[in-house]
Design a binder for this molecule. Structure first.
Ligand SMILES: *Cc1c(COP(=O)(O)O)cnc(C)c1O
Length: 356
């Protein structure tokens, strides 16, 4: 590490819990690796980050975030290459996005060295927890909480930045069925749709529960004003292949989470020579394309799911079924391309993978 590297206190676990980990049966988010990173913010500055054994937190019941939701998070993955060397996919972009979320939620920015050095040191220490089976990875969850012991409503002054990690297997095993939501709303201009704030998920639980009871997997949100433009899917950005073009909602309305996977997919497709349009997309346009037979493929993108093929959209009791997976060439190509870069099977010409 260079001179500017953050001084991190390390308290190693006495007995690793790695024997509890069964790489042949990975259940997402059920088991956490040996260590976590914790840093406190107080009096206008971040203190020394510490890496310590993963453990429960002890917080006052009056802690701000528990009442008013001043809480943000990120999601990143580390992968092993064929030689078993770990690489983290585009964490610098997550650092930048976390600070955009922090600003909107009146939380302090995280210095680049704290985020990047903390992350790299933690993953290095727990590198045995990165599985090496097909489509497996180590899911990394950085998050920040407002921790003033105060139940008055005001922006907090004390914060906690934490990173925990958890081994992950393949996310969606089959193509997903989507419900186009035009009753409940996720985001609108001026809101927090573009941030990874905890509340964006809290508010989505009820509508998601309802559509799951109806047999759908995920919601495709529409805009909060006219319910006319599509935004994104639960935890993923969305892409459609219409004719020989790929279209995806643009991020200029503060309503859509600017996914790192989304950005990677756009860059890879453009390099391949595919036309990618980032713009407003109406549900009507998709309906017409489906009727005309030009809506050929659709997929969701996100760190957790990577590329999730979509097989149907339901809008107002009308089900639009897409052609079978085997014909979805663009989805298959981009999924493989991205995964080859992440797993070091292909040259990383964009310098996306951060090696330890
Ligand atoms: C995290 C997230 C995504 C995907 O972002 P990635 O950086 O690709 O993981 C998409 N939509 C929402 C709402 C999210 O929270």
């Amino acid at each position: 590490m260079n001179e500017a590297a953050t001084d991190i206190a390390i308290d190693k676990i006495e007995n690793s819990r790695i024997s509890q980990f069964d790489p042949s049966n990975i259940q997402f988010g059920r088991l956490y690796s040996d260590h976590m990173l914790v840093a406190y913010y107080d009096n206008g500055a971040w203190g020394q980050p510490k890496i310590m054994p993963y453990d429960n937190l002890s917080l006052s019941p009056a802690t701000t975030f528990m009442h008013y939701g001043q809480a943000i998070f990120e999601g990143i993955k580390a992968y092993k290459d064929p030689q078993g060397n770990p690489g983290i996919f585009r964490p610098h972009d997550n650092w930048k996005r976390m600070n955009r979320s922090a600003e909107r939620m009146a939380m302090p920015a995280i210095p680049e060295e704290l985020f990047m050095d903390g992350l790299k040191t933690l993953i290095d220490l727990d590198r045995n927890w990165i599985p090496n089976g097909q489509d497996t990875s180590l899911y990394i969850r950085p998050f920040m909480l407002a921790i003033d012991e105060f139940i008055g409503v005001k922006p907090a002054e004390q914060f906690m930045f934490i990173i925990i990690t958890s081994p992950a297997g393949p996310y969606y095993s089959k193509p997903v069925s989507i419900y186009v939501q035009d009753e409940y709303v996720r985001a609108f201009p001026g809101g927090i749709g573009y941030t990874k704030a905890a509340g964006n998920y809290g508010m989505s639980m009820y509508p998601t529960k309802k559509i799951k009871e109806m047999g759908y997997d995920q919601i495709l949100w529409t805009d909060g004003i006219e319910h006319k433009y599509v935004q994104e899917i639960g935890t993923m950005n969305v892409f459609f292949v219409v004719g020989d073009k790929v279209i995806t909602p643009d991020i200029n309305h503060d309503t859509i989470l600017e996914g790192v996977t989304r950005d990677s997919v756009i860059k890879l497709l453009k390099e391949k020579g595919v036309t990618v349009e980032e713009r407003l997309i109406t549900i009507q346009e998709l309906k017409e394309a489906h009727e005309a037979g030009t809506l050929k493929e659709a997929f969701g993108t996100g760190t957790a799911a990577s590329i999730a093929p979509i097989y149907a959209f339901t809008y107002n009791d009308q089900k639009m079924t897409l052609p079978p997976m085997e014909t979805c060439e663009i989805t298959a190509w981009v999924k493989k391309e991205l995964s080859d870069i992440r797993y070091g099977r292909k040259e990383d010409t964009h310098n996306w993978v951060v090696r330890l």
